[in-house]
Design a protein around this ligand. Structure first.
Ligand code: AGP
Length: 615
């Protein structure tokens, strides 16, 4: 959510920290700050808004910055206290010798604040983070050792934290600690790093050590020491990061979102790679390490996810029930946590998450794990905290997704669910072989069909221009495309701030139809040959009779369709069951172009963060 970078070493400290923060900026972006150890003093610079404002602030003050040897930086997504310079990190203690940045939420910060105020600490901000600075300073007054002070202080914190700090009296060491929030140490030569995500390190090192909960790292330019909460030194593995710097380039596209939409054919090819070698043979899904007897007798699956991943989960439920006849429940992670669930040791619980760091989903998965369920994680980040909870892991292999609006990760999640549902059907022998062969054959064609959608977006752009001034939309569909309608509406909401609702087409007449008039476009997904086609068409006629503007997203060749609908966005010919994979693409593009026409910040929409690490 927020982003942390700490650096000490031979390089240009400001440059390294700012580049790292730039690569994290997509995760949260309402203010930013940096603390530098310069001429044996801690100097702090902060700015409201995007990182560019912090860069300008540093430029304005460059004459007073000499030769910093270490520093910590932060970009913030506000939780406690509104976005402001005062609330921006780093935060300091009363004497100003210590600077700390923090991701997460300290739940007992009010109690700690009262205690620290009674000890004479002077608070400046409304943040929960500031208590950490005062608490560590308080411990430091006794221990005169930063590592020991951090260890004593974090024992008093309740909640989630990844913290990184420097102290004026402890030259050139940076201390990091984590609990329920990601943090890693980047290993360099003559330099070392602390960061909240690998993307901050990508331009400097491929070697990293992941911290576990309750571990504390102390780094200097040529030493790394990691201890547990009791101070016992830990032997840690240095992992090699999979990403190349090019993964963070826009490759000539105006926005990451457009680049990521255009990457989708290759993403599908990657996900399918090695899974369907021959359509006659079963799919190869070695990742699902569940014993075949257990899978055969499985009678319940629960899928837990948030946002776009939740929509992929809804399509996944449809597929697994349809193909394998297994009962599947889908639950928003934040709802799963607070109810009595029927999860037990014979349940397969699937966690779906692009980032693998979504706090709601991690908490829900931990809860399911405590009930001995088998945990399957589908994520784009096999290096994430969620992946570490998995008994089985399906990596999405979609490449880093930078734009806040998920696109290519959604399509990779969909394809993963098709493969999983086919895998279950093949184990349970629940579908005719010829049906599965046709399905696999059609799946292999999907990338080239998406390429044909991407090769001419003129109709979608014309629609975007025509409808960009409308304030409300309804997206309708039935069956497996209900998930597509919900996802299409979410995409429009999050990047254009237009009110868009996804709805089961058949439910329109049970309430929402009351809202329809010429100011409310209805976008419907209609796939001829599918069992829902005629019914959705009738629901569209009902909307037309209320003067709503009608937009069809369809593969229909029927000329008559142009008489019913105001605008028609054509899809290549596709079976209804596979149509969500194609239908999501024009909906992503429609949202993209509407947001573009409206001049919105497509890649970093207001109030959002790419990875939501707080509940
Ligand atoms: C997607 O466009 C959204 N930004 C958001 O709904 C996202 O899908 C959600 O926060 C879940 O994230 P995850 O997949 O990383 O868990």
């Amino acid at each position: 959510m927020c982003g942390i970078v700490g650096y000490t070493g031979k390089g240009d400290v400001i440059d390294v920290i700012l580049k790292g923060l730039t690569n994290l900026e997509y995760r949260g972006y309402d203010s930013a700050g940096i603390a530098l150890r310069d001429e044996n003093k801690i100097k702090i610079y902060k700015a409201l808004g995007k990182l560019i404002n912090l860069k300008n602030e540093l430029e304005t003050n460059k004459s007073e910055i000499k030769n910093p040897t270490s520093g910590i930086g932060h970009i913030r997504w506000a939780t406690h206290g509104n976005p402001s310079v005062i609330n921006a990190h780093p935060h300091t203690c009363t004497c100003g010798k210590l600077a700390v940045v923090h991701n997460g939420i300290i739940e007992n910060y009010k109690e700690l604040r009262e205690i620290l105020i009674s000890k004479g600490c002077k608070f400046k901000s409304q943040t929960d983070t500031e208590v950490i600075a005062h608490l560590i300073a308080d411990e430091y007054a006794n221990t005169k050792n930063l590592e020991a002070a951090v260890r004593n202080a974090v024992k008093k914190l309740q909640g989630a934290y990844a913290i990184c700090l420097i102290h004026e009296d402890e030259p050139d060491i940076i201390v990091g600690a984590r609990k329920h929030a990601p943090m890693l140490v980047g290993v360099g030569e003559g330099e070392n790093f602390i960061a909240s995500d690998t993307t901050a390190l990508i331009e400097y090192t491929k070697r990293a050590i992941y911290l576990e909960d309750n571990e504390i790292a102390v780094i200097s330019k040529d030493k790394i020491k990691i201890t547990d909460i009791e101070g016992i030194e830990q032997v840690k593995k240095i992992e090699v990061l999979p990403w190349e710097p090019v993964a963070l380039s826009k490759l000539g596209y105006k926005h990451y979102m457009l680049k990521e939409i255009n990457e989708q054919p290759d993403v599908i090819r990657n996900v399918l790679n090695g899974k369907i070698s021959d359509i006659q043979n079963p799919v190869i899904l070695n990742e699902v390490s569940l014993n075949k007897d257990i899978l055969k007798n499985l009678n319940k699956i629960q899928i837990i996810a948030c946002g776009t991943s939740l929509h992929a989960a809804m399509a996944g439920k449809f597929l697994m029930e349809e193909f394998a006849g297994i009962s599947v429940e889908v639950e928003a992670s934040s709802e799963y946590i607070y109810k009595r669930t029927t999860t037990d040791s014979s349940t397969l619980v699937i966690g779906v998450s692009q980032s693998g760091e979504t706090a709601d989903t991690i908490t829900a998965i931990k809860q399911a794990k405590s009930k001995n369920a088998h945990i399957l994680i589908i994520t784009n980040r096999p290096d994430s905290n969620m992946a570490r909870l998995a008994d089985s892991l399906i990596p999405l292999n979609a490449g880093i997704e930078v734009s806040v609006a998920a696109t290519k990760s959604y399509i990779a999640q969909l394809i993963s669910f098709y493969l999983l549902a086919i895998h279950l059907a093949e184990i349970k022998d629940s579908l005719p072989k010829s049906y599965l062969q046709n399905l696999k054959h059609e799946m292999i064609q999907l990338p080239s069909k998406i390429e044909s959608i991407l090769s001419d977006t003129s109709v979608i752009q014309a629609c975007a221009r025509k409808y960009s001034s409308y304030k409300n939309f309804i997206y309708i569909a039935r069956g497996i495309n209900l998930a597509t309608a919900l996802e299409g509406a979410l995409k429009l909401k999050e990047i254009s701030y237009i009110n868009a609702t996804g709805y089961p087409a058949g439910e329109l007449k049970h309430g929402p139809i009351a809202m329809l008039d010429e100011t409310m476009p209805v976008l419907s997904i209609l796939i001829p040959g599918g069992i829902t086609y005629e019914k959705v068409l009738s629901n569209c006629e009902e909307a037309k009779a209320r003067n709503a503007k009608l937009i069809a997203l369809t593969s229909s060749e029927d000329e008559n369709i142009n008489n019913i609908f105001d605008d028609v966005i054509k899809l290549p010919k596709v079976s209804e069951i596979l149509s969500p994979v194609l239908a999501c693409v024009p909906l992503q593009l429609l949202s993209y172009y509407i947001a573009e026409f409206l001049g919105k910040d497509v890649d970093q929409p207001r109030n959002l963060a790419k990875s939501v690490t707080v509940e």
